[in-house]
Design a protein around this ligand. Sequence first.
Ligand code: AGP
Length: 628
Amino acid sequence: MCGIIGILKKENSELSDNLVQSLIDLEYRGYDSAGIAIVHNSSIKIEKCLGAPSQYMDLDRFKKNIGEEKILTTVGIGHNRWATHGKPSISNAHPHLDCGGDIAVVHNGTILNYESLKENLKKQGHNFKSDTDTEVVPHLIEENMKKGLSLEDAIVESASLLEGSFGLAIIHKDYPKTLFVLKNGSPISIGISNEMFVVASSTNAILRYTDRYLVLEDGEMAKLDAENMSHNIFKYKQPARSRLYKAEQVIEGILLEDLSKGDFDTFMQKEIFEQPATTRSTILGRTNTEEGLAVLGGLIDYKEKLRNIDNLYIVGCGTAYNAGMLGKELIENLTPINVSAQIASEFRYRKQNFSPDNSVFLSISQSGETADTLESLKEMKRKGFTTLGIVNVVGSAIAHESDAGIYTRAGTEIGVASTKAFTAQAITLYLFSLSLARVHGMSESSGISFIKELESIPDIMKKVLENHQEIERIAEVFRDIEKIQFLGRGIHMPIAYEGALKFKELTYMEAGSYPLGELKHGPMAVIDDMSLSVVILPKDDLFSIGSISIEQIKSKSGRLLVITDEEGAKSPVMRLADEIIVIPKLNNPVMYPLIEVLPLQLFAYYFAKQLGNNIDKPRNLAKSVTVQ
Ligand code: AGP
């Protein structure tokens, strides 16, 4: 949610090109507007655009306005916006300036007390040009400098007045060799090479330049100096500002090719088709087939705790929550453990009845940054719970805060609508369920066959994806529908929810999702010949009962798309379906969710494509939601 970038180089260069490229790398974090600012000939020069920088940032115009073919500079900052305070507009796009135009600031996060700060600053004569919370920051710094403070002191003084969350990058027209960075609640990493510093909300935007980086913690500020390529990091609230020495880290788990679409039309399409490979990578080295065990190194210190739990909370948002619901179905199916799967934004504010003594808290997150999930985790830590995380982004806040966890190894996911991260979360939950089941009564032979089936999933996924043209055709068949609902029972229910979420995100159409048996208790009212019911119904022990719902939908003239396996497809009830997507038959029905989600991802993808929607960047959304 908003992406910030700051680049400081030893030597003059065409930095604006780098800034824009980095904004493109960070575009998934916000794309309703963008901007860059550089220090050039002792003044701040700004260029902004409405919409995604990859499409709308006009560097030729920038160069023309400045009157130079090559704009050489040593420092600059940039920002991709996902609007929270004030609508998307050029004046609300970052960077924001002080009255004198000397100081430029980019910000990721929310300044909670900005209204009172703004009121005071206005009384002191400051002139505001945007509706954003961010704009108070350059004015505060300006005000403090007017009082005689140095730039560094003015930033420290201003930061101490801010409440809320922020990642900030700050430049001043008179300091072309200095870049200031602050962190409180929003992620910031500092990439380091011999020639440059690159400050970014995510290491994704650093990797292009270097794989060495430092992580700022909350309450820390860094002064980066290009004169001698030095950095001074300190706690900005501590008067002594004692220098903190941090170990450099190496960026892991991201490849530069993850940041490009390759031969695919969109990142989402690429990520859908990557799932056989990412699934393989999630499983790799995490099974002991001879003994039917899951080998989860990250949880090794919590083996005893997990052996003795009676209850488990699983918490996440959106897709991660849907994976959590699937985890609940699985774990309750395979073990005697009670599982409460909850949406993080609700969980935080609810009374929770499990005790830390015999329960564990598990959060799920692709980004590892989602504010609601992170705050739920912190709250459960305060309450004394053991906290585990299933996280994709290595070293992210949730990974960092959790007592222990499992990385999902899906690689970088750029498409805002999650696909490979979901299947990686699901596979991780299957491994986690197996580890719990094996200490709660599952036999060795069942463990062995569970692993064998799990390891066969990547090849089966490949087969399912080979059917993509058929799914594209089916999306065309239903092009004229006015309403849609996704339905599934038991272990298929979370997949119905995930199918509906994908469809909504990409097509902008409302999509219902219900347990199949709930249909007759209300959702049936919407069924008519312009409605499509997507029913997930492979041949398992709920097939017969599910077939009744198919009859009911058809009796109300509803249109019907069924996802079933080769066995289910032979059933006479399937004659009622307008279209059927057939997936391979599995020996262990508990594994169906891992493959039945793929046609739903493709269906949403092709449906949105024919509408001409922006697949990778659906309107109003952002990849990581770091506001509450
Ligand atoms: C998924 O398609 C969504 N974009 C969204 O629901 C997402 O899963 C949710 O915001 C949670 O994100 P996280 O996994 O990064 O915590």
